[in-house]
Design a protein around this ligand. Sequence first.
Ligand code: SAM
Length: 337
Amino acid sequence: MMQDIHHRQIKDLRISVTDRCNFRCTYCMPFDEYEWIDRQEILTYEEIARLAGIFVQLGVDKIRLTGGEPLLRKNLERLVSKLSGLPRLKDLCLTTNGSLLVEKAGALRAAGLKRINVSIDTLNPEKFKRMNKRGDLARVLEGVSAAQSHGFTRIKINAVIERGVNDDDIIGLVEFSRKHGFAIRFIEYMDVGNSNNWQSEKMVSKKEILKTIHACFPLREIGREDGSAPSVDYEFIDGGGDVGVIASVTEPFCSSCTRARLTADGKFVTCLFSETGHDLKALLRNGASDEEITERIAATWRKRTDRYSDERLEAMNSSRGYQPAEHKKIEMIRLGG
Ligand code: SAM
């Protein structure tokens, strides 16, 4: 069993299949233009599948496809079909903004995709557009329905809550999820990347989110799925489903983090807040054997020491406070949310 310095195993792999996105969520990638990864540098599906197979051999049993917006990558179902055949892989999921789900849900299901998470931060169409600059809420909702009709069950809705922006949408999102049988996961607004101008005051804490929900729909804690999922889950006492909160800022879960990330250009990254990655594409394209690549991944994981969110909280609680601008992190669109 492969463990890092803090005895964490590798269990989950998040693969960013593209750094491009058709939305510009203000909390994630607010600018119109970025320094995009050159097309030749983007891993092919064959390269991704080869690396994924090696990660699975090392203990990964769950893969999430993300980005950027993963559905912008042409024929993503071709990759899904390669990954869904990997022996020992228990879960294969997709995180999407849902804008292209109407077109893609059927093919993804047929190719073996197991689960879908759709990011919806508000059910108010104007606010939706303000928050992501380019999206059409009606289209996303049609996409979620399409996913349901193609047989996806336990669809999860992800919502990032930003103070003064959509903290008044929490109950509406809960009601929507309960009505349609979705599981909803609220995410504390995080200081990902370098461009979202994160300030701790804009972050609505897990405690506040739960208090708001509990006042309308009483909750009982279930805990973390598998003991290591980022979300702490709660069930509605009236049996109306469940809700979770990902509290990376106020209740960091670094000590149980089993997640690795692969950027669209083949960098292996061990933390969402990393400043650098480890180049696996160079190995792939220089003819390295599976054994050599396995050894590189294993050596990197075994040396893993990162505990960024723990350190952020320590800094926030110190007299100096946390200074986000002092950290030059990889953009979230590159390493996958
Ligand atoms: N485009 C896809 C989507 O919209 O779901 C996948 C990529 S997106 C980076 C993955 C997830 O990260 C989304 O649920 C998004 O809301 C979340 N996310 C992005 N920026 C965030 C931030 N600053 N704080 C918390 N979550 C964030």
